[in-house]
Ligand binder design. Structure first.
Ligand SMILES: Cc1ncc(COP(=O)(O)O)c(C=O)c1O
Length: 374
């Protein structure tokens, strides 16, 4: 094995990225006006069979934009999973609303419909399911609960571009869905994000709020407090090129997951997310090292690092963070989030990762697991 470190993630630019970016640069349209923005939005909406796509500068502000356009404000509660990247929950706080940190399922690691039901109260206005590590959340049950209680659903698809739930793309279930194109994501624009919706009014609100709240018919006249959340033409140029290759990027990730599964299958304590027959797009190959805890899992991370392998812990439950300690954010204990966070480990996953390296990583992981789980 070469001494070179195996990184956890790397972007793949094998298509028209350079050509389109150069074109954007040469055209002089480098900020948030330019043909690539419209093309990227149109093609991303078309890929999902949705009416509107609104591009943003990153995925976190896509979530904030979606919440703001949905009217989420001071005094409202929004149900979010406790086990997610912190942006999901923080975006609710940017609206001065209260995220309710809700437990996940131990099988698919996504927000539990049963826990959502228990969390709903008088002030609850919205649910934000997350398709964690690219594995679709139980949107059918979640949409039914939302309909019963008249709640808005904002899908956090940051990690799951292209994933399918019962044959239908994630991001087509909620009132608005939000994507991230950060450098380690399924497809990237460096930093970048997108909101999808079929609702004309919500789309118009998002477009206005994204551009400082400026009136669409009267320049430099503002009816609302807005933001500068626009994507640049250069980002969109990269995004369009990435989108053209999305299906092949996903196929490469499928092959990586399959190889890891084969190589790790002999070790019974190492398990993967259950997919319930859906298409997990394998953002990051992530496993549970059953029986481990935060401390022993971190020893495994160090051991892999000594073998020149980068790995990373699963997200800590959000309620572990000092600024989420207030009981107002919790309806009860979230034992499943704590369990998965303590056992969870993400492994190198990127297009171009060679089979030989996957085999080496799997062998090192099995050895470390056996050594420290005893
Ligand atoms: C679940 C989830 N939500 C939101 C985000 C935020 O996206 P970004 O990093 O583009 O702001 C991320 C990405 O890191 C994420 O994983």
């Amino acid at each position: 094995m070469s001494e070179k470190r195996i990184q956890i993630a790397r972007p793949s630019f094998l298509g028209n990225e350079k050509k389109y970016v150069l074109d954007a640069l040469e055209s002089g349209w480098i900020s948030s006006i330019g043909p690539y923005i419209e093309r990227f939005e149109m093609e991303f909406a078309r890929y999902h069979g949705m009416k509107h796509a609104v591009a943003t500068h990153n995925g976190t502000i896509a979530l904030h934009l979606a919440l703001a356009a949905s009217g989420i404000t001071n005094g409202d509660e929004v149900i979010v999973p406790d086990l997610t990247f912190i942006a999901t929950s923080n975006s609710v706080r940017y609206c001065n609303a209260t995220p309710l940190l809700t437990d996940v399922e131990t099988n698919d690691w996504n927000i539990s419909p049963g826990c959502i039901r228990n969390a709903i109260g008088e002030a609850t206005k919205a649910i934000m399911p997350v398709h964690l590590y690219g594995n679709p959340a139980r949107m059918v049950e979640i949409m039914n609960i939302a309909a019963e209680h008249n709640l808005v659903v904002i899908e956090d698809c940051a990690e799951a571009t292209g994933a399918l739930l019962q044959g239908r793309k994630v991001g087509t279930y909620g009132n608005i869905s939000c994507f991230s194109f950060f450098g380690n994501k399924i497809m990237t624009t460096g930093e970048g994000g997108m909101c999808l919706t079929n609702d004309d009014e919500l789309a118009e609100k998002m477009r206005i709020l994204r551009d400082h709240g400026m009136n669409r018919n009267k320049k430099y006249w503002y009816d609302n407090l807005g933001f500068n959340y626009r994507m640049t033409n250069m980002q969109a140029a990269v995004g369009l090129a990435q989108l053209e290759q999305l299906d092949s990027l996903l196929a490469s990730r499928d092959a990586i997951l399959m190889r890891y599964k084969e190589q790790l299958s002999s070790c019974k304590g190492i398990c993967f997310q259950e997919t319930h027959g859906n298409r997990n797009v394998n953002w990051l190959v992530t496993v549970r090292l059953q029986g481990m805890d935060f401390e022993t899992r971190d020893v495994v991370i160090s051991e892999l690092s000594l073998k020149h392998i980068d790995s990373r812990p699963v997200f800590y439950p959000i309620h572990f963070m000092s600024f989420y300690k207030d009981p107002v954010f919790m309806r009860g204990e979230n034992p499943n989030s704590v369990l998965i966070a303590g056992e969870g480990l993400s492994l190198p996953t990127y297009v171009g990762l060679e089979e030989e390296k996957i085999d080496y990583i799997a062998a090192c992981l099995i050895r470390a697991y056996k050594k420290y789980s005893a």
